[in-house]
Design a protein around this ligand. Structure first.
Ligand code: SF4
Ligand code: MG
Length: 329
């Protein structure tokens, strides 16, 4: 087994005044070198918390991990000392966040901030590090990098700032890059450009990419496979083409039908009715049952297992066969 990253039966809980919040409830996924996984779900589904657990940046306490493992090249990150994890974080496993403006320091030039990666972690001189910064800015296709290296973050557009964040995240050639809603703050055209850039960088470097998003519309061309999360669990995982062709879980189907389509302009969008569950007061049985158009009586009482549809595909729905059939035509 040559998996780059293997999350197995991960549980993450938060101790709050209102009670114990089970934010991640037995999540498993794996990533091979050069592979791209999209983790999809609404806010509160546990997709970001899972990523934070991989990075080792959960607030600790009140967060705790009562169960599970996160293996990076065979080593369980949860068993490493904080020092050992700090060696991996940002270097071998890097992360890009949603909000590039607040992540960049307004009082330093972008060149200084990018080159800091090389000064701090590679011990380079200021001059060499700045040269590397320009190279990186070119690599993430910032026009006029040589001139712009001395500009400040506010002098760049939102899309260009996100490119700067991407440059910083790939500076040390990470083996895994986690992008948490990297395009949410950007307009649609720029979103597509940033996704394309991530896909290109990944192809060039063979790194593993985990793309966290609530928007199934942005991942089609970037992801190899998709894990759909709902209420702290994976409800469906499958190769990306299978999901688009024929979703195997009612929630995935709803997400797919919520993607804006140019050919249906003006028509009302199907949106999944109702709200994501309150993690302090989870519905019985299948957590999706209050919102599910396929619900039957046993859905209210029996938690669906993650059924194997085929070798590389699972659905946590009692009625996945009906859902698959219903998607034809
Ligand atoms: Fe819907 Fe039942 Fe499937 Fe849950 S198990 S998604 S409620 S049909
Ligand atoms: Mg989030």
């Amino acid at each position: 087994n040559d998996a780059l990253l293997e999350v197995d039966d991960l549980h993450v809980e938060f101790v709050t005044r209102a009670g114990l919040v089970k934010a991640v409830n037995g999540v498993s996924y794996s990533l091979m070198p050069g592979e791209s996984l999209a983790v999809l779900g609404e806010s509160g589904s546990g997709k970001s918390v899972t990523a934070q657990a991989i990075m080792g940046i959960l607030d600790m306490p009140p967060a705790r991990i009562p169960q599970g493992s996160i293996k990076f090249r065979g080593t369980d990150l949860l068993k490493l000392s904080e020092d050992a994890r700090a060696q991996i974080r940002g270097q071998r496993i890097a992360m890009i966040f949603q909000d590039a403006l607040s992540a960049l320091n307004p009082v330093f030039t972008v060149g200084w901030q990018i080159s800091e990666m090389f000064r701090v972690h590679r011990g380079m001189s200021k001059r060499d590090a700045l040269k590397k910064a320009v190279e990186l800015m070119e690599r993430v296709r910032i026009p006029g990098a040589k001139q712009r290296v001395n500009d400040y973050p506010h002098q760049f557009s939102g899309g260009m700032r996100q490119r700067i964040m991407i440059a910083m995240s790939i500076a040390l050639d990470p083996e895994v890059l986690i992008a948490d809603e990297p395009t949410t703050a950007l307009d649609v055209t720029v979103q597509a450009q940033i996704m394309e850039l991530l896909a290109e960088l990944q192809r060039e470097s063979n790194m593993g990419l985990i793309l966290i998003t609530h928007d199934l519309g942005v991942v089609a061309d970037v992801a190899d496979k998709i894990a759909v999360m709902y209420a702290g669990r994976i409800v469906e995982n499958a190769p990306v083409r299978d999901i688009y062709k024929n979703p195997g879980h009612p929630y995935t189907k709803g997400l797919l039908e919520s993607i804006p389509r140019v050919d249906l302009k003006g028509q009302e969008l199907y949106a999944i009715k109702g709200l994501p569950p309150n993690l302090l007061d989870m519905p019985s049985g299948c957590a999706f049952h209050p919102r599910c158009p396929y619900r039957q009586d046993n859905c209210v009482t029996d938690v669906p297992p993650l059924n194997e549809i085929n070798l590389d595909r699972n659905s946590a729905c009692h009625y996945w066969r009906e859902v698959l059939d219903g998607s034809h035509g």
